[in-house]
Design a protein around this ligand. Structure first.
Ligand code: DMJ
Length: 457
């Protein structure tokens, strides 16, 4: 491996037993070490399952011990998402195996269409970080080849991309896109401009995300779906959940990554509107309601696993009081139903989607809150979440999603973000702060760390 810009601390693997008496209060260094060791072990177990039953495929199916590909050919989703996590966890053998697999097999010249957003955050982001961490130029060539194949998606009257593009022909499909899938390309395409010296990626992605911003309502919110051919909103539902979530995240993080003030200004406008119209202050914490983007009128009181990222984003952006209150709601969501449901109605306390697909957002928010508040409450919260995942999702071959959090019935899937994000944040929340320097890197939405730039592309 080449030069790493992280300063990793070496964890001794000795086991110390964690006493079960407390659930708040002090959290000893020995307990942090024990949690780190548990997460490392989980990562090794999951990788062993992938190696044994899904080698070369996109994902492991952990119950049937088989594999799954997203498209006609594997794009190595799991290995690409996992590479930097193995490096950050100090799992050198696993990182070496992944590198060999990626460089010997990954090829984007496939006769199939892909989802621009998913491939960007998992593959393009993973390869860019692999290059920044490892220094092998082959990672950068793969990333550039992929980005060039995705670029036709942006050829629309508005500059906002289609959702799907064919990797060989550039054929486009699905013009009804959403803010998250349009905006969550900025960090990856922008970073590629810095690395290659070709500004076109930055400019194209910036045009797309700013086109969403330009379509905000009079009260500063965006809708859920937009037609990229004419720029008209197809759904005016507004919230911070799926379809919108990481659009807001990328406005703030692109400001940190590139220092381009347009992003900071846009985030500021949205953040104020979110706090004014979406936040619902309850005695369980601050949830985020759904409203109409034009009137701000409440349309639903649904909240879910994806919404949980906003606490972390608030902490990252310096608003600890808001972050704390939102995280209280997140923790309520995790503990009130056995485990976190995909979605529930916080007014009636009823679950509307009972699955848990190993999502990271709740743990991610614990990571940022602990980093910026130093309050051990967030270590205890993270411990509860990690322990639940280890107790209920572990299978002989890896880790499984949960089909129904009320019964803990498992489902046959292990998403690549379990490696890319969930295990990474689960580890980093307990690891020494020096293990990752948030003044030097910024995490993408898929938790791939990018070096912060000092000049614009
Ligand atoms: C990840 O792929 C990304 O974090 C995305 O922005 C939202 N959903 C998943 C994880 O839940």
């Amino acid at each position: 491996m080449g030069k790493y810009f992280f300063c990793f601390f070496v964890l001794s693997c000795f086991r110390v037993s964690v006493s079960a008496q407390e659930s708040t209060g002090s959290f000893s260094e020995a307990m942090k070490l024990e949690m780190c060791a548990k997460v490392k072990e989980a990562a090794q177990h999951a990788w062993k399952g992938y190696k044994n039953y899904a080698w070369g495929s996109d994902d492991l199916r952990p119950l049937t011990k088989t594999s799954r590909n997203w498209y006609k050919h594997s794009l190595l989703m799991t290995p690409v998402d996992a590479f930097d996590t193995f490096i950050m966890l100090g799992l050198k053998d696993e990182a070496r195996e992944v590198k060999e697999l990626i460089l010997s097999r990954l090829d984007f010249n496939i006769d199939d269409e892909v989802q621009v957003f998913e491939i960007t955050i998992r593959q393009l982001g993973g390869l860019i970080t692999a290059y920044e961490l490892d220094g092998d130029k082959k990672f950068l060539s793969l990333a550039t080849d992929l980005a060039n194949r995705l670029m036709p998606a942006f050829k629309t009257a508005t500059g906002m991309p289609y959702r799907f593009v064919h990797l060989q022909t550039g054929r486009l499909r699905d013009s009804i896109n959403n803010p998250a899938e349009i905006g969550t390309l900025m960090m990856e395409f922008g970073k590629l401009s810095k690395l290659t010296g070709n500004k076109v990626y930055y400019e194209t992605a910036k045009k797309a995300i700013m086109q969403v911003y330009a379509r905000r309502s009079g009260i500063g919110l965006v809708g859920e779906q937009v037609d990229v051919t004419n720029g008209k909103w197809v759904s005016t539902q507004s919230h911070i959940s799926g379809y919108i979530d990481s659009y807001y995240e990328y406005l703030y993080k692109s400001w940190i990554l590139f220092g381009d003030k347009d992003f900071a200004d846009a985030f500021d406008v949205h953040n104020k509107a979110i706090k004014k119209y979406l936040v619902d202050k309850t005695n369980k914490g601050w949830f985020m309601r759904h409203v109409d983007m034009n009137s701000g009128k409440e349309t639903a009181t649904l909240y879910g696993a994806l919404d949980a990222f906003y606490a972390g984003l608030c902490a990252y952006a310096g608003d600890i009081p808001a972050a704390k209150n939102i995280q209280d709601a997140n923790y309520y969501m995790w503990t009130n139903f056995n485990m976190e449901p995909e979605e529930f109605n916080y007014k009636t306390d009823s679950v509307t989607s009972a699955y848990y697909i190993l999502r990271p957002e709740n743990l991610e928010s614990c990571f940022y809150l602990y980093r910026y508040s130093h309050k051990t409450d967030y270590l205890w919260m993270a411990k509860r979440m990690v322990d639940d995942i280890l107790a209920h999702c572990k299978t002989e071959a890896g880790f499984a999603s949960i089909k129904n959090i009320r019964t803990y019935e498992q489902a046959n899937s292990m998403e690549s973000f379990f490696f890319g994000e969930t295990l990474k944040y689960a580890y980093l929340v307990f690891a020494a702060p020096s293990s990752v320097d948030l003044n030097r890197i910024v995490f993408t939405t898929e938790a791939h760390p990018f070096k912060i730039e000092t000049t614009l592309p």
